[in-house]
Ligand binder design. Structure first.
Ligand code: ANZ
Length: 753
């Protein structure tokens, strides 16, 4: 080869890796392990985008780095394949989601291979593969057996466009996260996982994790622990009493009215013929608002129910109102309003002319019973979708749910002709008439037609990676003990939902004896987004999307793309794509190639200091995830080698250090130099920087010479202190120093006495 030809080099090494499978991982008891994974992608039809490449390359850099350091490394790969895009496409075109998924996975796999990732392709998983979702169903049944999967009738966010229920975190500003359509509230029977059972532990163990503080705080706020009391208020006229949740039971003497949420279950019992219509109108309006809107600091709204309660402290009759600033799913959905103490209540009292009474505080424990409440709700998991994991439940004649026996798993997704949900909002599974019928213990039953939230499928996939082909268990005990918990997990999304759900399942399965650890992910890297060159989000409609495969095929190659995406900025910050900088990285790799293939090596080792300095810098930077500065240090090193002349050892070191970023080029260089890829070590003795001599004059006469580090020439204070501490200087300065003048260029310090 006469010049750097990335496409040729990359093809050669990818073929070698395909054949020799160097990234296959097997348990080696006694040898230290390292497991790394990215948040597995949804394989969309559009293929990999630059965001995937950033995410995957971070994991790849760490994978190769630790492999070169001699650890037993596992880096698997998978696809999160259930979900709406494939189903919507199926509804539109009639193509089976199974087929679309297969095509998309093949494309993703090809592209990931084209990027040279060090993946153990023997551990590839796909959540819509029956071999996989059989075990998702098994997981559901374990939760069901322990009462942690249950059904409840409740108001749910409903997207009329997608015809599906949405969880709270899938509603963004009152709109569906997928399609952007305004959402509504609808009362339905739904399946939930009882994540609240683990609220305390989920909260307490956050601090032990090596996760970004930002994510830890988001999870804490999401769980939202609140310590207070529940207090019962009798209702005048015999309607059921109202229980309020308060964090300030000591303010009860100032409670001059009660407020219940519009969704309050016993609302009807509070209404009178005079108030009913007005209250129900109000309720209808309130149901259309999102919780976020209801908590915004807008003018308060509300109506009087017509009923009164008795304040157990003052024994006074106080009115009961309904208002949407009280939320249904929090606490008990009812509050005691203390307008003298609480701003929201104060505003409400002023607007509706309700009494505001200043009182003394009482003992917190006088009224009610202590109670801890969480902002987090149970996890709503049923979806009225076809393209999801079927919930393994069937109903008898009376409508009672029964689990599908484990030996009848998987409950396969039936083929249908038409993927549209039926008019009642049930998924297309309801149209598979034969499939619907099932016999359990000799009794005819009807299958559940809801499927599981995709987050259920991703709540255990990291454990499947330990033994992806196990036919007898979701995960193998020996394998999981060796490989997990995951050492590094990298993604740029799902700070709360996925990362909380997987922690919840981990704790549950640890309690059941299936996992030997209680936290699934030791270290989390939360990477930033890559934006278009104009700084805007990349999107097809704006026509500003950079296709990573174009960058490769334009001749730059995968190594340039990978190295560029690590160089683009701190990994956890958003960054804008810069085509000129891509060219710069390409030229840098070109220079590396030239050093290995078209350079006469220098025989004097003038670069020993910078070589050791670079080894240290790159090693420590990768440890601290400072991938961008590691690349910058390598660029500086190459500049220095061009200036001072490179030895063979310099170039071998360069190839080893650059291998995590540009593995094809590095492999080519190491082959040429007949060197292995073992990570190089630095020796501290070469790290001292050059020294210079500073002349010290006292009243114009030379009195001393100081030997200082060249870096210290920028530090006037340090040089002055060194001089004043010098024995020879001190002989002359006993009478005191009037002033000092330092001239760095002349390496001269003047002392006036
Ligand atoms: C009386 C009171 C007096 C309150 C006072 C606060 C201050 P956190 O800290 O967020 O848990 N509250 C209770 N349930 C509610 C609901 N479903 N919707 C809206 N507000 C609700 O807040 C708990 C406090 O928020 C509770 O304590 C209650 O008001 C209100 F000086 O009760 B407090």
């Amino acid at each position: 080869m006469e010049r750097y030809e990335p496409l040729k080099i990359e093809q050669k090494w990818q073929k070698i890796w395909e054949e020799t499978k160097p990234f296959r991982a097997t348990e080696e008891p006694g040898k230290p392990k390292m497991m790394l994974a990215e948040m597995f992608p949804y394989p969309s039809g559009a293929g990999l985008h630059v965001g995937h490449v950033r995410n995957f390359t971070i994991v790849d850099v760490l994978t190769r780095f630790y492999t070169q350091q001699g650890l037993n490394v596992l880096r698997p790969f998978g696809y999160d394949t259930f979900g709406l895009p494939a189903e919507n496409y199926a509804i539109k075109t009639g193509t089976a989601p199974q087929d679309v998924t297969k095509t998309n996975i093949a494309n993703f796999r090809k592209q990931a291979k084209r990027l040279g990732y060090a993946i153990d392709w023997n551990r590839e998983i796909n959540t819509s593969d029956p071999e996989y979702y059989k075990w998702t169903q098994w997981c559901f049944l374990q939760l069901y057996k322990k009462g942690l999967a249950y059904q409840k009738e409740s108001y749910q966010w409903w997207c009329p466009e997608d015809q599906t229920v949405l969880a709270n975190e899938q509603v963004e500003n009152g709109k569906c996260w997928r399609c952007g359509h305004e959402v509504e509230k609808k009362k339905m029977k739904q399946w939930f996982f009882k994540i609240t059972e683990y609220a305390d532990e989920l909260l307490e163990e956050i601090d032990s994790l090596e996760w970004p503080e930002k994510i830890k705080t988001m999870q804490k706020n999401w769980i939202g622990r609140s310590v207070g009391a529940e207090i019962d208020f009798e209702v005048v006229g015999g309607a059921p009493h109202i229980t309020v949740f308060t964090t300030r039971p000591d303010t009860i003497y100032g409670a001059t009215f009660l407020v219940v949420a519009p969704e309050y279950t016993a609302l009807d019992s509070l209404l009178t013929d005079d108030t009913r219509e007005k209250v129900l109108d109000y309720k209808a309006t309130a149901l259309k608002k999102s919780e976020i809107e209801r908590q915004e600091n807008k003018e308060k709204t509300g109506v009087f129910t017509g009923s009164y309660a008795i304040n157990p402290a003052t024994k006074e009759k106080i009115p009961i109102w309904v208002a949407d600033y009280v939320l249904a799913g929090y606490g008990t959905g009812a509050i005691m309003a203390v307008p003298a103490m609480d701003d929201r209540d104060h505003e409400f009292a002023e607007k509706f002319d309700l009494p505001i009474v200043e009182t003394e505080l009482c003992d917190r424990d006088l009224f009610g019973t202590p109670k801890v409440t969480y902002r987090m709700r149970d996890w709503l998991i049923s979806r009225q979708r076809y393209w999801g994991c079927p919930i393994p439940i069937a109903y008898d004649k009376d409508g009672n749910p029964h689990p599908i026996p484990e030996d009848q798993l998987p409950v396969l997704i039936p083929e249908v002709d038409d993927y549209k949900p039926d008019n009642s909002g049930r998924s297309a599974l309801a149209k598979a008439k034969d499939w619907l019928k099932v016999t359990i213990n000799g009794e005819e039953m009807t299958r559940e037609t809801d499927t599981l939230d995709g987050y259920a499928c991703s709540s255990w996939y990291l454990w499947r990676y330990a033994s992806p082909h196990d036919e007898d268990a979701a995960w193998n005990q020996d394998a999981i003990k060796y490989w997990e918990p995951v050492d590094y997990y990298c993604g740029g999304d799902h700070a709360v939902a996925h990362l909380l759900y997987i922690r919840f399942w981990c704790k549950f399965f640890a309690d059941e004896g299936y996992l030997p650890f209680r936290e699934p992910i030791k270290r989390l890297l939360y990477n930033g987004y890559i934006n278009a060159p104009d700084g805007k989000k990349m999107s097809k409609s704006k026509g500003n999307v950079i296709d990573p495969l174009d960058v490769i095929n334009d001749g730059y190659g995968a190594d340039t793309l990978r190295t560029y995406e690590m160089f683009i900025g701190p990994y956890d910050m958003d960054a804008a794509w810069d085509p000129r900088s891509v060219g710069g990285v390409y030229r840098f790799l070109n220079r590396c190639w030239t050093l290995a293939f078209a350079t006469e090596y220098s025989r004097t080792d003038k670069t020993i200091n910078i070589r050791h300095k670079t080894i240290k810098k790159v090693t420590e930077d990768i440890h601290r995830y400072n991938f961008n500065t590691a690349v910058a240090a390598l660029m500086e090193y190459v500049n220095e080698l061009y200036k001072s002349g490179a030895t063979e050892e310099d170039v071998i070191t360069l190839a080893k250090l650059i291998k995590p970023f540009a593995p094809h080029l590095a492999s080519e260089m190491l082959e040429k130099l007949s060197a292995d890829d073992e990570w190089p070590q630095w020796d501290e003795k070469y790290l001292v920087s050059d020294t210079v001599e500073v002349i010290v004059q006292i009243n114009g006469k030379l009195r001393a010479k100081l030997t200082v580090s060249a870096d210290d020439l920028n530090d006037e204070k340090k040089i002055t202190n060194l001089a004043l501490a010098d024995e020879k200087v001190q002989k002359y300065t006993k009478s005191g120093v009037k002033k000092t003048i330092f001239v760095p260029k002349a390496k001269l310090l003047n002392i006036v006495i």
